[in-house]
Design a protein around this ligand. Sequence first.
Ligand code: GLN
Length: 550
Amino acid sequence: MPKYIFITGGVVSSLGKGVACSSLGLLLKKRGLKVTLQKFDPYLNVDPGTMNPFQHGEVFVLDDGSETDLDLGHYERFLDESLTKDSNVTTGQVYGEVISRERRGDYLGATVQVVPHITDEIKRRARKVAEKNGDVDVVITEIGGTVGDIEGLPFLESIRQMGLENGHSNTLYIHLTLVPYVESAGEVKTKPTQHSVKELREIGIQPDILLCRTSKPLSKQIKDKIGLFCNVPSHAVIEAIDVESIYEIPLIFHQQGLDDLVCRHLDLACEKPDLTKWEKMVQRIKHPKHQVKIGICGKYTNLRDSYKSIIEAFIHAGEENEAKVELSWISSEDMEKDGAEKYLKDIDGVLIPGGFGERGIEGKIEAVRFIREHKIPFFGICLGMQCAVIECARNICDMKGANSTEFDRHTEYPVISLLAEQEKVVDKGATMRLGAYPCNLDKSSFSFKAYGELSISERHRHRYEFNNRFKEVLCKAGMRIAGTSPDKSLVEIIEIEDHPWFVGVQFHPELKSRPLKAHPLFRDFVKASLRYKSSKDLKMVGEKEPLTKR
Ligand code: GLN
């Protein structure tokens, strides 16, 4: 039977519970244990696929096509393993399952209730993730939201029951709280943590370890006080201090003996973790040799969680290029108003990310024109690739009004359009082209140079596609079809030949970038941007100091 670690959160949200779970997962994996991670999300949606990014942040798509919470991205990145739909459980899925069983008559004669029917289904899903992953030693389950949320109660009740059923040495409860620093008092305050633990204990859960998020180091007295009031030994009060890079968190947890503590409680005999490579990576992230400025031109630029995986992919790619990638967030609507030059003139590379809906589209298309003409490195992802196709059609091939049918149903030149099978789709949930699809590359492309192999697999999340009717005319004008589905029916990558680095991909490469294994396209895009920057600097030296040349 696997051991279960349950991580709950208290006081406020956004304390980094997902990163804390992932960090512990990494430490246990490095000790030779087989670990898997799972998230319980208490909202009623079946999955986050239908939610607005402003509410929920990025939707993280897995190989199997499930649309999941962005924390699954952290899990995959830290564990360096691909997960499946069983790793994300929502209230919507749990109730959906129980209600359809009730309609089938599975509970005939019974009154269907939260306890035991809903809690049984939650526990079944916690066990299923372990079974599906083979012989796992440890399942780490994160409970979304904060203690005290109404929606979270069935999940907390389920993990309480699992502790009772599995026994103390097979179950560990970790609670992550905030220990705020109060400026006027000049000290950190433990009361919110005390209240949060009290609430948890009222439900019947006594945490074994507390992770205390804080901006100031916690003294021994503070840890003792928290321990005393929360009924936790003070050596199990772990400081989760604010750090520069999330990749430092496993290291600070390990320094405080978190993984030892966990293994001792769960009676897991295992070696010490070898973190040398990880430590070196963190050093390279914190002390880069070079710097490069990448513009991200999108609609949700004031909500960074919408682009979580892209931000992380740039950290991995920067680390491999020994560079700090400074991201400059540019609203495509501002660009629509003021033109591209104002925002792009001192940028070394531009990325246009995925997105939905018409707002800001013309700004993105204008950005592509500027980038293409000024030979600035360009990386278009999903909608970004579609904008590049529209721009080339309009401005190189003279197809006035060329568009995606997502934005103009009646355009004369529908260069991006729906496949026949998508035309019939009515439901919005889980009906896009989702998950991993194979793609074959053209040997002469930037993409092949980056991947170094001819067949790749990448994750998708979109409805619209490149319209093959326009392939020939666009290719004559200098576009290269750099990647297609194996049967060649779907265009997956476009490039511009006469350009230092111009790549648009229909899939989402950011979802597969991992620390110490940067995604090849992100890595080469950063490299091309560094090259562009140094050529720009050389040109400037030449312009300013003509005399030194003599
Ligand atoms: N809106 C576009 C489509 O549905 C692009 C989607 C995306 O960028 N993820 O095809």
